[in-house]
Ligand binder design. Structure first.
Ligand code: ADP
Ligand code: MG
Length: 596
């Protein structure tokens, strides 16, 4: 076949393949156009998952006759000056969206400018343009797309169910709405129950509208400027993590993006607090010199390239760590809600908790603190011996201590749970999980200042291992020494432990080294050991912690609570589980049906 110049409608359909992947991408382009036109109110309507109808209506600048005709041509844009791509401040700039949509659907663009006596419209059906016709309308632009992909069976085949396409549309609108809190958004149509997000100009208010008040309550504000990058937004508490990434929102200069550098930075920042398969909720806004980022690397403009990606990464990680550090001991309030939910009778979702009628107080025997201290409790079966499982020490709450966020310790239950009371809440602490976090953070703080202090063993502890483990431990010895653990090979199948990290105290050295050997076997060469320091510290912390099952004195419990308040990230253990739950007095009253 000889070479020929392709006809225009074919060129357009090829271009459309890149820009218009599914209904949600059409919605994205149209809403971006409306924002670029200075709209203050944007109404998005879809039906049939966007296949049968997409309409985007705005009150922006509109277009006059000449612009209207040009708008549906390829490479026709009002947004690029002759100075090119280096200083893009609008969302659009490629001049391709309307032409592409017109190539694969029935497109109507209607517009009216401020001064025009009436509106005008143009229709495009698979690249065939109509004449300009009159249209009654207010100032602004209304773009209607019907029968999307009707003539492109290959595309139709790849679309998902109406419901899935409608959900993708909603996701796109959410992201655009978050990036533009100054614009009133309405999402409507037969695909869903309508959403209405009036503009109040405040980012926080918009985040609450879009992501729910739940998220805003369980997030901390970001505010850091570094390497010329301004980072703002809200970072979810680690205990408020999700099973997928739908609650992660990334914006660069007001543009919603999915960028590897940002995703990676968030993953690193949360690595200590959130399990690998969980996703922290976050709304991250970056503001950066437009010349320092290339937005022209992806047809749908979803990806971009930073000139200084290391600097951006550093700024994001710092911003998140600072914010979470300030949140300190805070754990997600949804933890308490989950606990309260567990008390509810099954199948009664929001119904009040059943009231236990006339049950005499004390009917719960051993679980009531007043009697538990006197005898065996139900957990006797755990060890069957000696210590009572609940201890209760009666003392008055000194008024000034009312103000400790985690309260004053009142009792220890099941040798692992500290029961404390602050001004208006009952606080339950998992002592092992909490202590693990404290030891971990102490380790990291010490390591930041050089090698971790160690303490000499009077007699070296010799532990036998298979030869491969000995090899691995020997190789890791220099790294472990930085953490205060000094090992030496002791014959072919044994290791001698000479010094241990001072902050672990007298712990189970045998178990600790075995655990590290297991870790080394598991990671075997997959990553440089230096990158695994955190994992090693986590294993050490686990061994240096107050095990559950240890009885604590009241002053020990209080010391633990005070240290939690001082320590960053102590609201969750190193595995991302909460270390404490706070139940408000009002919640307890509600639980017992004492609501006003
Ligand atoms: P781009 O946005 O990249 O310029 P489009 O194909 O999306 O390309 O739009 C082409 C042109 O049509 C825009 O540059 C703009 O001038 C005009 N336009 C499109 N949508 C609107 C709108 N909602 N309000 C005003 N003008 C619009
Ligand atoms: Mg555009």
């Amino acid at each position: 076949m000889s070479i020929r110049q392709l006809p225009e409608d074919l060129i357009n359909r090829i271009a459309a393949g890149e820009v218009v992947e599914r209904p949600a991408s059409v919605v994205k382009e149209l809403v971006e156009n409306a924002i670029d036109a200075g709209a203050t109110r944007i109404v998005v309507t879809t039906a049939g998952g966007g296949r049968s109808l997409i309409r985007v209506e705005d009150d922006g600048a509109g277009m006059d006759r000449d612009d209207l005709v040009l708008s549906v041509e390829r490479h026709a844009t009002s947004k690029l000056g002759d100075d090119g791509l280096d200083n893009i401040r609008t969302l659009g700039f490629r001049g391709e969206a309307l032409a592409s949509i017109g190539a694969v659907a029935h497109l109507t663009v209607a517009a009216r400018t401020e001064n025009a006596a009436s509106g005008l419209r143009i229709e495009v059906d698979r690249s065939r343009k109509s004449q300009v016709l009159p249209q009654a309308m207010n100032r602004g632009t209304i773009v209607t797309v019907r029968e999307l992909f009707a003539g492109v069976p290959a595309r139709l085949k790849f679309l998902k169910s109406d419901r899935a396409e409608a959900a993708a549309v909603a996701d796109v609108v959410k992201r655009l709405a978050m990036a533009n809190p100054q614009v009133h958004f309405v999402l409507d149509g037969s695909d869903r129950s309508p959403s209405n997000w009036p503009a109040d100009g405040e980012l926080r208010a918009r985040v609450m509208q879009v992501m729910g008040a739940d998220f805003a309550e369980n997030a901390v504000p970001l505010a850091t400027t570094r390497h010329g990058v301004v980072v703002t937004g809200l970072a979810g508490l680690p205990t408020y993590s999700r099973a997928n990434s739908l609650s992660q929102f990334y914006f660069v200069n007001g543009r919603s993006v999915r960028d590897k550098v940002l995703l990676g930075a968030v993953r690193v920042a949360y690595a200590d607090f959130v399990f690998r398969d969980r996703f922290p909720a976050i709304a991250l806004f970056l503001s950066i010199d437009p010349a320092a980022v290339d937005v022209n690397v992806h047809p749908a403009k979803a990806e971009l390239r930073f000139r200084d990606s290391g600097g951006v990464r550093g700024a994001v990680i710092r911003a998140i760590l600072d914010a979470l550090g300030e949140a300190g001991y805070r754990a997600s309030s949804t933890v308490a809600e989950d606990v309260l939910g567990a008390f509810r009778a099954p199948g009664t979702e929001s119904a009040p908790i059943p009231v236990l009628g006339a049950a005499p107080s004390g009917a719960f025997g051993a679980t009531s603190p007043a009697t538990a201290g006197q005898g065996r409790s139900q957990t006797a079966s755990f060890d069957g011996l000696a210590e009572p499982s609940a201890r209760y020490e009666a003392f008055e709450l000194p008024p000034e201590e009312d103000s400790y966020p985690l309260g004053t310790a009142r009792a220890q239950m099941f040798e692992n749970f500290i029961v404390a009371q602050n001004g208006d809440a009952l606080v339950l602490v998992d002592q092992h999980a909490a202590h693990e976090r404290l030891v971990y953070e102490r380790f990291k703080a010490e390591l930041a200042g050089g090698p971790v202090a160690s303490q000499m063993q009077l007699i070296p502890v010799v532990i036998e291992f298979p030869e491969e483990d000995c090899e691995r431990l020997e190789d890791a010895a220099p790294t472990l020494a930085r953490l205060g653990l000094y090992l030496e090979r002791f014959g072919p199948r044994a290791i001698a432990v000479r010094e241990t990290p001072a902050l672990l105290g007298q712990s189970d050295i045998d178990g600790l080294v075995k655990d590290i050997a297991d870790g080394l076997a598991e990671w075997d060469n997959s990553e440089a050991l230096g990158d695994r320091l955190d994992s090693i510290i986590a294993r050490m912390a686990c061994h240096g912690s107050v095990r559950s099952g240890r009885v604590l004195r009241v002053d020990e419990m209080n010391a633990l609570l005070r240290e939690m308040e001082r320590t960053p990230h102590s609201g969750q253990c190193i595995h991302g589980r909460p270390t404490y739950v706070e139940l408000k007095k009002a919640d307890l009253e509600r639980m017992f049906g004492r609501t006003r």
